[in-house]
Design a binder for this molecule. Structure first.
Ligand code: KG4
Length: 340
């Protein structure tokens, strides 16, 4: 008997559905919402409305691409939180309806746990599939989170350090916004940084104890530098945007890598994975590769399509929970905030 999971992710501004059979991904369909670009950030009300429009066609396409009928499903997995409440409610209500209508179990997934388990997504004909062994360290960096997590098992994770203010992606997005470059800022900064000098500008470095992160000081020092330079040169941003992007990216990567290296030393764990939207960043990926090339770490970097919000990571979380009979009460409510 096959185990076929339909997974749904709608925690922020991407509506995504995936189908997984016996741990192998059959489809992963995501509708991204362009509407937020106009506003320089995600507008929750608009996100909920777009999810409402997208959810049926996205689920339908995921089933069609997988060649799976509704009656073939063993369970439906859904992100219950954390995320934007209005966005979560669309996916959760849809999943609950499907679970009741088909008489199949509902499985809840934590969005952050999903990002961390993205390393276990196996696609069809995936010859290079090589998931990390437990325990491993995972640097989870997204628009809302910057965490170092010790992963002992699919359901046993310890946060060793996390941001005390802004997340890494949030800092990039905010700096991009003040430079007038657009949203989301991370990919724009990444593209510009490839043409700039990372040593051109220095920004303040955080002084935070232990393995915790802080990015608000970097953001503020970046903004002050722009403000001061613009007083004498109104074209400062236009003339220096590539150097600014390269220096900002370097500062973010240095902050992330410093604490991660400390975590490796403290735990003795040298299997190190990268997860979340910021893991698409070229500078960060290169810094990881440099650790591997130097023989220090074994690194695990997911496929690009599994780094941003996607339902494939919810499908693998749901699959493990299904195997362990971890089902969710139909009355359980979505939640906006939580740790892992
Ligand atoms: O994981 P994600 O898709 O959404 C959240 O759950 O937050 O991450 C989105 C974040 C945004 O801050 C975006 O700017 C950043 O990931 N990002 C990048 C890159 N691509 C996306 N940051 C740096 N370089 C990139 N190439």
């Amino acid at each position: 008997m096959n185990t076929t999971i339909l997974a749904i992710e709608s925690s922020c501004d991407d509506t995504s559905a995936a189908v997984m059979r016996d741990g192998v991904l059959l489809s992963n369909v995501t509708a991204s919402q362009k509407v937020h670009e106009l506003y320089g950030g995600v507008v929750p009300e608009l996100a909920s409305r777009a999810h409402e429009k997208n959810i049926v066609p996205v689920v339908d396409l995921a089933l069609k691409q997988a060649g799976v009928q509704l009656e073939d499903l063993s369970a439906v997995a859904v992100t219950l939180g954390p995320g934007l409440m209005g966005s979560l409610l669309v996916g959760v209500s849809f999943a609950k309806g499907l679970s009741i209508a088909l008489g199949i179990p509902l499985i809840e997934a934590n969005h952050l746990q999903g990002h961390i388990l993205a390393h276990f997504i196996q696609a069809k004909d995936d010859a290079g599939f090589c998931p990390p062994p437990y325990p491993y360290l995972c640097l989870l960096v997204s628009g809302g989170n910057s965490q170092i997590v010790k992963v002992n098992a699919y359901n046993d994770m310890e946060i060793l350090g996390q941001t005390i203010d802004d997340a890494a992606g949030e800092a990039l997005d905010k700096c991009s916004k003040v430079m007038g470059l657009g949203y989301p800022g991370g990919p724009i900064i990444d593209r510009l940084a490839r043409k700039g000098n990372p040593q051109a500008f220095q920004f303040s470095k955080p002084q935070v104890d232990g393995l915790n992160y802080s990015f608000s000081g970097l953001k503020t020092s970046f903004l002050y530098r722009l403000r001061d330079e613009l007083k004498t040169d109104p074209n400062f941003i236009e003339t220096h945007k590539e150097d600014l992007a390269a220096s900002l990216e370097k500062a973010v990567v240095d902050i992330l890598m410093k604490k991660l290296s400390m975590a490796v030393k403290q735990t003795g764990i040298r299997h190190v994975a990268l997860s979340g939207g910021v893991s698409a960043n070229t500078g960060l990926r290169n810094a990881f590769k440099a650790q591997q090339d130097a023989g220090h770490w074994h690194i695990y970097i997911p496929k690009f399509s599994y780094t941003t919000d996607n339902a494939a990571m919810i499908a693998i979380t749901g699959y493990y929970k299904y195997l362990h009979g971890e089902f969710c009460d139909i009355g359980k409510a979505a939640y906006a905030r939580t740790a892992l």
